[in-house]
Design a protein around this ligand. Structure first.
Ligand SMILES: Nc1nc2c(ncn2[C@@H]2O[C@H](COP(=O)(O)OP(=O)(O)OP(=O)(O)O)[C@@H](O)[C@H]2O)c(=O)[nH]1
Ligand SMILES: [Mg+2]
Length: 414
């Protein structure tokens, strides 16, 4: 019997530092290595070059290209991964010159999203983004068609193989669009229901690997846990859990996909509806990995994407996580901010406190009387509002406390 061992692809990473990307080059190149590992590649070599601007045809200069050809040969490279967005023409020219599969940063990110997608909607969204990205790249391909043999750059959603047949691609994209519209409609209904549930909604956002899922997990009980891992894009689908902050007072916490530098616009578009799950919140908690030396660049990326998604008007609380691993002279860039390690013993308590004091700023005071005939509404009230004082009066409960302005209308029911 012949045993076929699944060998990981041997990858060569290539980056070109230009005037334009000089500020973020080091951090994104480092990140490319993590992305490649996450996608299942073995990084065997790296090459960088400084150019005023990339070569229009081959991206790197001709001398560098010769060097890459030699590296591919001597180090038995299967895949060359560029830390940039290659034009379809450059992609084809590079594959012709190098004789192996060439993918760019966008395709790598798309690939990881494909691996991670679990829900029907997530899978359709990724496939749509992949096909949109690949469509102009299919013409004039030589080696590239062997990509259909599998490997990085050809993973379809849900661990299937991506079908990239030039003749059917257009129809498939349309088909996906129709299906997504249908799903979105039913999701809208579910969302409206949630909106009426009257609970205060918090969205966890932040750079990939910042610790968003870890925070959610630290606050819910064991059987509700989310997938958390030291990998990029561990989470893809939005998950919402209701957590108790103080006494019965509860909020919903939504964990969603992480952000990254150069997130392909095709992906942002495709994931807009998933991200809208977080756009419909009362407060955004922006989680930052304080132990990452590039955290300032990560913050900028997140703020910029929030702007693009028109989520920058939502109140935002910044939380610096992983303080246990942060350098001793750590200084945060956004103020005011909260520092914690969600993995430490008091992490969850610090988080709860931070949210509560933020709510102090956002909530309005109220006083009301709940008639005894409506006593059955008391648990609900305690869940959606912070009750500071409750006395049993002549005709009903005299209650004072604080509540979100958006939920104050609920009190009128009493
Ligand atoms: N040292 C330390 N590690 C932490 C802390 N919080 C989270 N981590 C680790 O950071 C890694 C990423 O955590 P996740 O919770 O998966 O991060 P995420 O933000 O959900 O990442 P994506 O889903 O990829 O966007 C995991 O290996 C966690 O164990 C912390 O307070 N301290
Ligand atoms: Mg996560």
């Amino acid at each position: 019997m012949i045993e076929i061992e699944e060998k990981s692809e041997r990858a060569l990473l290539v980056g070109v530092e230009t005037f334009e990307n000089a500020a973020t080059f080091a951090s994104t190149f480092e990140e490319l290595a993590s992305l490649a590992l996450t996608a299942g590649a073995e990084v065997v070599a790296m090459a960088t070059q400084k150019l005023a601007q990339p070569n229009a045809r081959t991206f790197v200069g001709s001398g560098k290209l010769e060097e890459l050809i030699m590296t591919v040969d001597s180090r038995e490279i299967d895949t060359v991964i560029f830390n940039a967005r290659l034009s379809p023409r450059q992609n084809v020219a590079l594959e012709d010159a190098l004789g192996v599969k060439v993918i760019d940063r966008m395709q790598l990110i798309l690939d990881i999203f494909a691996m991670r997608a679990r829900s029907q909607e997530g899978m359709l969204q990724v496939e749509q983004a992949q096909l949109t990205y690949l469509k102009p790249r299919l013409t004039g391909r030589g080696v590239a068609l062997s990509r259909q043999a599998g490997g990085i750059g050809s993973k379809g959603p849900g661990e299937s193989k991506l079908e990239i047949d030039r003749r059917h691609i257009e129809g498939r994209i349309e088909d996906i669009e129709k299906k997504l519209k249908k799903i979105e409609k039913s999701r809208d209904l579910a969302r409206k229901k949630r909106l009426n549930s009257g609970i205060f909604k918090i969205g966890l956002i932040g750079y990939t690997n910042a610790g968003k899922s870890s925070i959610l997990n630290a606050l819910v009980d064991a059987k509700q846990k989310q997938y958390e891992k030291n990998e990029l894009f561990a989470t893809l689908d939005a998950t919402t859990k209701v957590i108790r902050l103080k006494d019965e007072f509860s909020v919903s916490l939504t964990d969603t996909v992480g952000f990254i530098q150069d997130l392909p616009t095709e992906l942002i578009k495709a994931f807009k509806s998933t991200l809208e799950e977080s756009a419909n919140v009362d407060l955004l908690v922006h989680v930052v990995d304080a132990s990452n030396p590039h955290h300032a660049a990560h913050e900028q990326t997140v703020l910029q994407l929030l702007q693009e998604l028109e989520m920058d008007k939502i109140p935002q609380l910044v939380i610096y996580n992983k303080m246990d691993k942060a350098p001793v002279d750590f200084a945060y860039t956004i103020t005011p901010a909260v520092e914690l390690s969600i993995k430490s013993e008091n992490g969850p308590m610090v988080f709860r406190q931070a949210i509560l004091s933020e709510l102090d700023q956002l909530f309005v005071k109220f006083e009301c009387e709940l008639p005894y005939s409506l006593a059955y509404k008391l648990p609900e009230l305690k869940q959606i509002a912070l009750v500071d004082n409750l006395v049993e009066g002549e005709t009903g409960y005299q209650i004072s406390g604080r509540i979100a302005p958006s939920l104050a209308w609920k009190l009128k029911e009493y």
